[in-house]
Design a protein around this ligand. Structure first.
Ligand code: SAM
Ligand code: SF4
Length: 329
């Protein structure tokens, strides 16, 4: 078992395979996109596989592929297929915006992907365009249908944004009545790639819950799975469920089991930290797996206590936040 310096289990890796994206969600990146990484700066699939193989050997049991948009990277199914064969890996999943995903769903099922996080902030096509700056609502809905048809668990990620989509909270909860999906409302975080930062949020997890409870009085708390970042609920008679993720309030750091690798190979011990080392660079310098394992263990030994501490240190070095697409949300 892999433990950090606070005694927390590390068994979950989120691997961002690209910073590029076919949407421009305003809370994630500017309209003109980002200063995209060059091919040379990106980890190759071989490097990702090597890093994942080592981390699984060290104790990682679950890998989530994210980005940017994973399906924008060429031949992403090749990487997913290779990862699905890793000895010791118990769960492979991904987070996608669903624009290009539908044609790959049958293959995802075939390689053993059991659960997919689908990002969807509204059920209204016009608001979808206003938020993502792209007219792709229909393709995302098609992906949801395909996932359900193939019996892959669907978790819908909805970022709640004051003045943008709070009118969508109740319709999205209502969606769980007839569909076996889990809708998870996420507090907005300061990672929009434009240096936007703030001292608090209007729609925090308490307010989101209050909004739901006023219309769904019979909403009930259900036990949260181990290491869960969401508070989980069920409404009597609904096929699906509801979750609330206090991503800004950071109520879950005490049991944080996750590490991240960014598209350029930076290991992050925390979403809010500045990165601890660059795995890709070490590999390219010829570091072997024995030494790399030692280096990784040393990095897990200096993990910040929580996201507040990590953010404080990060802001000492630079006073702005990057895009979620370069972090791997
Ligand atoms: N492109 C894929 C997608 O959108 O699902 C994967 C990458 S995206 C960065 C991963 C998740 O981060 C998405 O669910 C997205 O909504 C969330 N996210 C992006 N920026 C965020 C922000 N500023 N605050 C909260 N969540 C954010
Ligand atoms: Fe792209 Fe995902 Fe960021 Fe939206 S949240 S811009 S879909 S990477």
């Amino acid at each position: 078992m892999l433990l950090d310096n606070h005694g927390r289990t590390i068994n979950y890796l989120r691997l961002a395979v690209t910073d590029r994206c076919n949407l421009r969600c305003f809370y994630c990146m500017p309209e003109d996109g980002l200063n995209w990484l060059s091919r040379r700066e990106l980890m190759t699939y071989e490097e990702m596989l090597q890093a994942c193989t080592l981390l699984v050997k060290m104790g990682v049991e679950k890998i989530r592929i994210t980005g940017g948009e994973p399906f924008v990277r060429k031949d992403i199914m090749q990487l997913l297929t290779a990862l699905s064969k890793l000895d010791g890996l118990k769960e492979l999943s991904l987070t996608t915006n669903g624009v290009l995903t539908a044609p790959h769903v049958a293959e995802l099922k075939a390689i053993g992907v059991r659960s997919v996080n689908l990002s969807l902030d509204t059920l209204d096509a016009n608001r979808f365009f206003a938020i993502t700056r792209r007219d792709e609502f229909a393709s995302v809905m098609e992906t949801m249908q395909q996932l359900l048809k193939h019996d892959i668990e669907v978790k819908i990620n909805t970022v709640v944004m004051a003045g943008k989509n709070t009118q969508d909270i109740l319709p999205l909860v209502q969606l769980t009545k007839d569909l076996p999906v889990s809708v998870r409302f996420i507090e907005e975080m300061p990672f929009n790639g434009e240096g936007h930062s703030y001292s608090g949020i209007v729609w925090d997890y308490v307010r989101i819950f209050d909004e739901i409870r006023q219309s769904f009085a019979d909403i009930q708390k259900v036990p949260d799975p181990q290491f869960s970042t969401s508070y989980n609920y069920h409404i009597t008679g609904h096929k699906g469920s509801v979750g609330i993720i206090a991503a800004y309030s950071r109520t879950f750091c005490g049991t944080c089991n996750r590490i991240r690798i960014t598209p350029q190979g930076v290991l992050k011990n925390c979403l809010y930290d500045d990165g601890v080392l660059n795995i890709k660079d070490l590999m390219r310098l010829g570091m072997n797996d024995v030494k790399l394992e030692e280096t990784l263990r040393a990095a897990f030994n200096v993990r910040e206590k929580d996201g507040w501490e990590a953010e404080r240190k990060r802001l000492e070095n630079q006073n702005f936040h990057e895009s979620m697409a370069t972090i791997g949300g």
